[in-house]
Design a protein around this ligand. Structure first.
Ligand code: NI
Length: 165
């Protein structure tokens, strides 16, 4: 769990840059790529990642959720834009509405007590989880995946190195 607002803000700022790169690499056509037939699509997962940032408002923070609610935009650029907005809104809400004390306070979530600092950690890790899912679907959809925690196949080659298969 996070115990310091500043530590979360720093971690989120770094992680959200990685997520922005992934969002910016999406194309409109790729959004309909399903995990398997009949299951969630790349667009639905991307939009879930965006919308889920708003779950933290359950812990008392206030900021606006996606204007279109559950409705996945048809435009990849719109999803990326809304990601940038909500990510910034989360940081601004924490900066202006919470202190370190709020991170130690607990909120009931699905019948369990969670410290708000643990909920922030969940928010961060949940984002990484879906970002990883997206990167596989993007590859399958023929998109170039950006570097996230290391070089991609293409960036190894561009650096004159032997890529791992
Ligand atoms: Ni999820």
């Amino acid at each position: 769990m996070f115990v310091k607002i500043d530590e979360f803000m720093e971690a989120w700022t770094e992680e959200s840059k990685l997520t922005e790169r992934v969002m910016e690499a999406l194309t409109d056509a790729s959004l309909s790529r399903p995990v398997i037939e009949g299951r969630r699509t790349l667009g639905q997962i991307a939009w879930h990642l965006v919308g889920s940032i708003h779950y933290i408002t359950h812990c008392g923070l206030e900021f606006a959720g996606p204007a279109s609610g559950e409705q996945v935009p048809a435009s990849a650029a719109e999803i990326a834009k809304e990601y940038r907005r909500i990510s910034g809104a989360l940081l601004e809400a924490i900066r202006s509405q919470w202190t370190d004390e709020h991170l130690r306070a607990a909120t009931e979530i699905a019948g369990e007590m969670w410290s708000n600092g643990a909920s922030l950690r969940f928010t961060l890790m949940h984002q990484a989880h879906h970002r990883g899912q997206m990167s596989v679907l993007m590859r399958q959809a023929g998109l170039r995946v950006p570097d996230i925690y290391g070089p991609t196949y293409e960036s190894w080659i561009e650096q004159g190195m032997e890529p791992l298969a």
